[in-house]
Design a protein around this ligand. Structure first.
Ligand code: BEZ
Ligand code: FE
Length: 295
């Protein structure tokens, strides 16, 4: 006697591959996990059906992911770099930071943020080794209606004039070089002294660097200063101010540039103002206002 199994999900087949795999998930599995897994399987199987990899190509893909894992450790995250260079980090950021028009837009955090850095008075100089072209950065933090926000915190970090963060050059740069936290005054105003940012390559000595070069891409990020702006009762924003004159501004390796994040970096040659601000003449100046939405 044969048993009728026609009502059951069939064995694996090319035609129904994704459905067969997704149907194995137990009915009592976490609903969100089941949904995410089913979508992953559906898109991954569709990708394979489109690409039709040879067995060797599939093995090469597995090797690439293995190398990506081996390259990662406590301070080097090659999978985040993969996500960044695929544009996925910016897509996740966009989905999670939909802002009303006028609010400061977000961009990637990147791997070089450090928590617990020194807090400075307004006007403080975060350049601890005196290297680079001086820059004065200032601005106002406001609500979308223009009301200044007093006591907002701005966590700022940037690379040195050779394109390295302090954490990448522990024996070369002083600890916390070019990073610090500033607080807006009663008028929502902040200002600080730093250096003009320089472009730099994302770490490109691993499998992700090899991949983007094979695609004819470069690993460079256009010159930028990182900012996390936060104020009580408001949504914080993780963003950058970019130098629009940087040669890589239209081809950021991690797709972080947005029109609204381009700063106006002015070259100032004015000895009296330089003396007043406590910087060498000539210097650079950028005014960067931040608009935070209410929480
Ligand atoms: C950064 O801007 O610090 C950064 C962002 C993504 C990848 C690497 C670096
Ligand atoms: Fe950066």
């Amino acid at each position: 006697m044969t048993t009728d199994r026609s009502h059951e999900i069939p064995y694996f087949s090319e035609a129904e591959s994704a459905e067969v795999v997704a149907s194995r998930t137990a009915p009592d599995a976490d609903a969100r996990l089941a949904k995410v897994y089913a979508a992953l399987v559906r898109h991954l199987h569709a990708f394979i059906k489109e690409v039709e990899p040879t067995q060797d190509e599939w093995t090469r893909g597995i090797e690439f992911l293995t190398e990506t894992g081996h390259m990662s450790n406590d301070w080097r995250q090659e999978f985040i770099l993969l996500s960044d260079t695929l544009g996925v980090s910016m897509l996740v950021d966009a989905i999670n930071n939909r802002k009303p028009t006028g609010a400061t837009e977000s961009t990637v955090l990147g791997p070089f943020h450090v928590a617990g850095v020194p807090e400075y008075e307004n006007g403080g100089n975060i350049c601890l080794d005196g290297k680079g072209e001086p820059l004065v950065m200032s601005g106002t933090v406001t609500d979308p209606d223009g009301t200044p926000i007093a006591g907002a915190k701005l966590d700022i970090w940037t690379a040195n004039d050779e394109g390295f963060y302090d954490v990448q050059q522990k024996d070369v740069q002083p600890e916390h070089n070019l990073r610090g936290i500033f607080t807006t005054d009663e008028n929502g105003h902040y200002w600080l002294r730093a250096i003009k940012p320089r472009w730099y390559p994302v770490p490109d000595d691993g499998p992700v660097g090899k991949l983007i070069r094979a695609l004819g891409r470069h690993p460079n990020r256009p010159a930028h200063i990182h900012i996390i702006a936060a104020a009580e009762g408001h949504e914080s924003v993780t963003t950058h101010v970019f130098d629009p004159d940087c040669p890589w501004i239209h081809s950021d390796a991690v797709f972080g540039v947005k029109e609204s994040l381009l700063g106006d970096f002015k070259h100032v040659d004015d000895a009296a103002r330089a003396a007043e601000l406590g910087v060498a003449n000539p210097f650079w100046e950028v005014v960067y206002d931040v608009v935070l939405t209410r929480a």
